[in-house]
Structures are given as C-alpha cells and as structure tokens.
Design a protein around this ligand. Structure first.
Ligand code: ZN
Length: 138
C-alpha cells in the first residue's frame, strides 16, 4: 500500500475517552483512592467506582469517562500523578476492540487486556454525564 494514498483517520472518530485505573489487592486499592479523590476535585468527569475484574480488564479497576476537551489537561495530570499504578487510556470510537488493543496509551506498566470479548462494531460512546464538582485548579 502506498502511504501517500491513505487518508489519516479523522479526530471526529473519537467520541470521548476512558482512563481505567488498575489496582491489585487491598493495599493498591487504597493507594488508588488518592488519584480518584484528586481527579474528582479538579476535573468535570464521570468517576466510576472500584470494581473487581470487569469487561476486558484483568485486574480490579475504576473508570474515568471524560470528554475530548479534557484530554489536554487530565492526561498530563495523570502522567504526573499516576503513583506507580497502571492506567489504560483509550479513545471511544466505533471499534472498542481496536480502541483497547491497538490504539490505547498506557501510563505506568502495561497489563494484559482480554480483547476477545470486545466487539469491533459498536456505537461510539459519548462522555458519560459528569458526577464530580471540581473546586481546585489542576
Ligand atoms: Zn473503557
């Protein structure tokens, strides 16, 4: 394939993003509570709850669903404050399998993702309604 003839994928493919923050065991769960609280005080996002292995994730996680507008502030904040945790950051397009397996960004140590259960044809998920009420600057 001649690369010159291939059109790049447009940004419009990305409806929103998820950050999945992994924690393994009680100690890491407590450790992972710190960024969760700090994110809630700084960003208008949808914070999920601590959950045991869910979906394609091999460890317990909590999810941060956020609108495209927050990428430029939340992602650098996570880079500075991930506290040694593993964070899977992925776009939400119409192809969840590709979003998780091919196109994610990992902050911290990458972990296995069980892509077999994911579909490659799905309505792209818009950012979920925020449930935080930020009062602090990032
Ligand atoms: Zn996700």
């Amino acid at each position: 394939m001649n690369e010159d003839t291939v059109s790049p994928r447009p940004l419009a493919e990305i409806a929103s993003y998820h950050a999945h923050i992994y924690h393994d065991g009680q100690t890491e769960r407590q450790h992972a509570e710190w960024p969760r609280l700090q994110i809630g005080e700084r960003f208008r996002v949808r914070l999920g709850w601590h959950e045991q292995k869910v979906g394609p994730h091999d460890q317990a996680i909590y999810q941060v669903s956020f609108a495209n507008d927050f990428f430029a502030s939340l992602v650098p904040w996570l880079i500075l404050n991930y506290k040694g945790l593993s964070i899977l950051l992925h776009p939400n397009t119409t192809n969840p399998r590709r979003d998780h397996l091919v196109d994610p960004i990992w902050i911290g140590r990458p972990l296995a993702v069980n892509g077999d259960i994911l579909t490659d044809d799905h309505e792209a998920e818009e950012a979920l309604p925020p449930n935080t009420n930020p009062s602090q600057p990032a």
